[in-house]
Design a binder for this molecule. Structure first.
Ligand code: AMP
Length: 304
């Protein structure tokens, strides 16, 4: 089933205990597309500015399963730029700066050939833009949105309008608390369902994730990474969403059990993304590595 992602292309500057990466390729849509491409063909719709480095474009062009017809380069605009710093435990980060650039302009056009997309992921960008894009896919069967602290703060009402229209939402525990004022992830998930979606997936970093669905509740641990395997958590959330949505698009099913299975594919795909800065590890990854890690994860996470 055709899978589409819309969101940000970023120029990221990352400070982590493992080192610093200056002006590297990032962005919610870039991470999502790379991660999802191991599971299903992906269509990418996003905009970048005239300052976007050729080297970044070449990385996306090198992704074999990603259609870039919806990538818009605006020569007179600035690319979205974001800086983040991780604290010693790598679980917490602070945003150092956000330069919206093209994210503050009218969103990119959807190519006519992308309009039949059935699985839609609205990666992080302005909720007004997410809502506009959602309306462009009349055949959609599953629409899932991500959001983050900035949008919860500056576009709260618009975000609530978006949540009324999507099937699912993916966000981390801090964002869920910020949105619902509930610190318990399950309770926060239930509050989010009252806002409209059929399900909410709440990610808890190295503590895994929780799926709160109208048809049930599921939980999954994170892949147990060793400290040397965690280089840069940036993009973990988008890569998780990419693995999950890619798996759902590949199977074409999106009921509670399918989403529960898809959580594991998201978890494993994200566990690779954090092994390097930027998209470096994802661009070197193979489907075989994903399958092998999934096998060991199944053994490690067995219950009963
Ligand atoms: P994640 O670590 O999965 O939450 O996503 C990190 C990526 O999101 C980075 O590569 C940033 O470029 C991008 N990003 C950060 N803030 C925003 C924002 N407010 N809107 C859209 N994308 C963002």
């Amino acid at each position: 089933m055709p899978l589409i992602v819309t969101g940000s292309i970023g120029i990221d500057t990352i400070h982590a205990p493992t080192g610093t990466a200056e002006r590297v390729l990032g962005g919610s849509a870039a991470y999502f597309a790379a991660a999802a491409s191991f599971h299903a063909p992906v269509r990418l719709v996003a905009a970048a500015g005239g300052d976007w480095p050729d080297a970044h474009r070449q990385v996306l062009e090198g992704l074999s399963n990603v259609a870039l017809d919806g990538l818009e380069i605006r020569s007179a605009s600035q690319t979205f730029a974001w800086g983040g710093r991780y604290f010693d435990n790598m679980n917490q980060r602070e945003t150092l700066f956000t330069e919206l650039g093209v994210l503050d302009e009218e969103g990119p056009a959807i190519p006519a050939t992308f309009r039949d997309s059935e699985f839609v992921f609205l990666a992080n960008t302005h909720p007004v833009e997410q809502t506009r894009l959602l309306g462009e896919f009349p055949n959609r069967r599953l629409a899932v949105a991500d959001t983050m602290d900035l949008w919860i703060n500056i576009a709260h009402t618009e975000l609530l309008g978006l949540l009324e229209q999507v099937d699912g939402v993916v966000l981390n525990d801090e964002e869920a608390e910020q949105l619902t004022e509930e610190s318990n992830a399950v309770t926060a998930g239930r509050r989010i369902l009252e806002m409209g979606p059929t399900f909410a997936i709440i990610k808890k970093g190295e503590h895994g994730c929780i799926l709160v669905h109208r048809d049930g509740l599921a939980t999954l641990p994170a892949f147990p990474a060793e400290s040397h395997q965690v280089v840069d958590p940036t993009g973990a959330g988008d890569s998780f969403a990419g693995g999950m949505m890619g798996h759902l698009a590949a199977t074409g099913v999106s009921d509670f059990e399918s989403i529960q299975s898809a959580l594991a594919w998201g978890t494993i795909t994200a566990s690779f993304a954090i092994e390097s800065f930027s998209l470096d590890r994802l661009t070197r990854l193979t489907r075989q590595e994903i399958d092998e890690r999934m096998t060991s994860f199944r053994v490690a996470a067995r219950v009963g």
